[in-house]
Ligand binder design. Structure first.
Ligand code: VG1
Ligand code: CO
Length: 540
């Protein structure tokens, strides 16, 4: 029996950089999750009959409840089959893989990624399409439009299913298949990387799963299939509140790992992943590798792994990501693409075979094996490269810089800023763009200033207003944009980059190398004047 439930629209269901993210309390309002899910189903109304839908999440607070709702609604929406991870668990890259493998129409990924979880923290819903990647703007815009008009949602009158037992059950006319969330994904990794070489190299490692979704995947692959010592995976059990921490693998929130890797007992390799398993933090013994550098180093060495032995078609990076990967692309004689922030912009390039490896400065790296960034994939590619070359992370980084030069890089985040003040700062900058070239700020001179706009080379779609770029003479850069994943106030992100050629100073302190640009960025944008903040909350 299908029940039609009358509802009224919410005005705040616009998907951001990566789906709809709100406080749990917002999602707990009557009909809130239902309205959004029904809006997704309404947008795909013509394709959904008889189709397969993948559902899974990162295990955070509210995950199971929303999965049960989504299953009942999918049955009413005439899907033929739902594939759901056991316990409601699927990492974002594993969900992407499952969508592709099962030929699903799409998937619902329940996560707020690196944002904290728990009754007073964040939840999120993201729709991915048939290629396994996040829905492109045209679809998220249509979903948002639908949320503003919705008046009814539909569900099959059925009880909750048992999410913990692998097998198939019926909900109305639809079958629900509860699957092992790890095995398909782990098998895929074995096809890409030389597990024997990694095993034989006898590397030591610490992996911090941050009490988030990667725990079961990392335990199976690293300790199970690759033979790393028990205990290599730390915080390996997904918890609804991530143990009260931010599951954000950066130098602030993964501080314990950083301290281990800088200490006397450091293993060869350290890594961490985020709430939903799509980000990675890479730290060698005594050497932190910025995500932008990691992208470049992985791209330069990817051919050492079996999955990429044939070489790369192209490298894509988001605009705020440093240009280190562009240097590698130039050396390899392959194209480099610069896209707006968010993985949804890589999908078309990957589908068209134009790019093989993609990355973002926010600790996201991935390839054409799925259509999401993939934390463990990056870790395994690093391990494969270390095993084959016999080099340490530090040596590999130094060799890379000696060949390509070094892009000193940092991101300064000002979190929970008053939205009106943040908008005013950005408007103010945008208004002055045309008059900025030629302006001197200390020793720096502005060569070019613009608001980044991207034209997708495969379908010609245009995404404008993707961040203000201030390019200085000599190749240094400051970029300003507002986050599209936060749930309270605004987060201002300021990205700072300075290129030092191979003949330059390759082993300097990043903060010192960027101090002049940071000062220029503050002077130019009036960060203190607009936000009242004297310093960033987080530097990554
Ligand atoms: C941030 C990152 C972006 C990333 C996005 C989703 O977006 O900057 O690079 O793709 O999070 O990552 P924003 O709009 O807050 O800057 V995840 O791991 O949170 O799904
Ligand atoms: Co994530």
């Amino acid at each position: 029996m299908i029940r039609a439930v009358p509802t009224i629209p919410y005005s705040d269901q616009r998907p951001g950089t990566s789906g709809l993210r709100k406080k749990v309390r917002v999602f707990q309002q009557p009909n809130y999750a239902e309205n959004f899910i029904q809006s997704i189903f309404d947008v795909i109304e013509r394709e959904r009959a008889g189709a397969t839908l993948v559902i899974g999440g990162d295990g955070r607070f509210l995950n199971r409840e929303v999965i049960q709702i989504a299953i009942r609604m999918a049955a009413a929406a005439t899907f033929a089959r739902v594939v759901v991870g056991q316990g409601g668990i699927l990492s974002t890259p594993a969900a992407s893989h499952l969508i592709r493998r099962r030929g699903a129409l799409g998937g619902l990924i329940l996560s707020a990624s690196h944002n904290p979880g728990g009754p007073d923290e964040d939840f999120g819903i993201k729709y991915n399409v048939a290629n396994g990647g996040p829905a492109p703007d045209a679809i998220t815009d249509a979903i948002y439009a639908r949320t503003k008009a919705i008046d009814t949602w539909y569900m099959e009158e059925a009880a909750d299913i048992d999410l913990d037992t692998i097998g198939v059950v019926q909900v109305g006319g639809m079958s629900v298949e509860v699957v092992d969330p790890v095995s398909d994904y782990a098998d895929l990794m074995e096809t890409l990387f030389d597990f024997d070489a990694i095993r034989t190299a006898k590397l030591t490692m610490a992996f911090d799963a941050m009490s988030a979704v990667t725990g079961p995947y990392a335990t199976e692959i690293l300790e199970g299939r690759l033979g790393f010592a028990p205990g290599t995976v730390r915080n390996g059990t997904p918890l609804p509140d991530f143990g009260g921490h931010h599951p954000d693998p950066n130098l602030v929130h993964a501080r314990a790992l950083y301290d281990t890797m800088m200490g006397p007992e450091a293993p060869d390799f350290g890594a961490a992943s985020d709430g939903d398993g799509d980000r990675n933090l890479i730290i060698g013994r005594g050497r932190f590798v910025t995500p932008s550098d990691s992208l470049a180093m992985l791209a330069a060495n990817a051919h050492l792994a079996p999955g990429y032995a044939g070489g790369l078609k192209g490298i894509a990076r988001s605009m705020p990501t440093s240009a280190a990967a562009d240097c590698v692309a130039a050396a390899l004689g392959i194209p480099a693409y610069e896209t707006p922030t968010g993985w949804k912009f890589f999908g078309n390039l990957l589908d068209a075979g134009m790019a093989t490896i993609c990355g973002e400065e926010s600790a996201g790296t991935g390839s054409n094996h799925v259509r999401e960034k993939d934390g463990l994939w990056a870790v395994l590619l690093w391990l494969n490269i270390l095993a084959v070359t016999g080099k340490s992370v530090d040596a590999l980084a130094r060799d890379h810089w000696a060949r390509f030069g070094r892009n000193y890089y940092a991101r300064h985040d000002y979190e929970g800023v008053d939205s009106v003040a943040a908008d005013a700062l950005m408007c103010d900058l945008r208004d002055r763009l045309q008059s900025l070239p030629g302006t001197a700020l200390g020793a720096l001179t502005i060569a070019q200033a613009d608001d980044f706009a991207y034209t997708d080379p495969t379908d010609g779609s245009i995404s404008a207003n993707q961040g203000v770029r201030i390019l200085f003479e000599g190749g240094s850069r400051a970029v300003f944009r507002l986050s599209g994943t936060g749930t309270s106030g605004a987060t201002l992100r300021v990205y700072l980059e300075r290129y030092e050629p191979a003949t330059g100073n390759l082993d300097a302190d990043t903060g010192a190398m960027l101090a002049e640009i940071a000062q220029a960025a503050d002077d130019l944008a009036g960060i203190r004047r607009h936000t009242g903040r004297a310093a960033p909350d987080v530097i990554t």
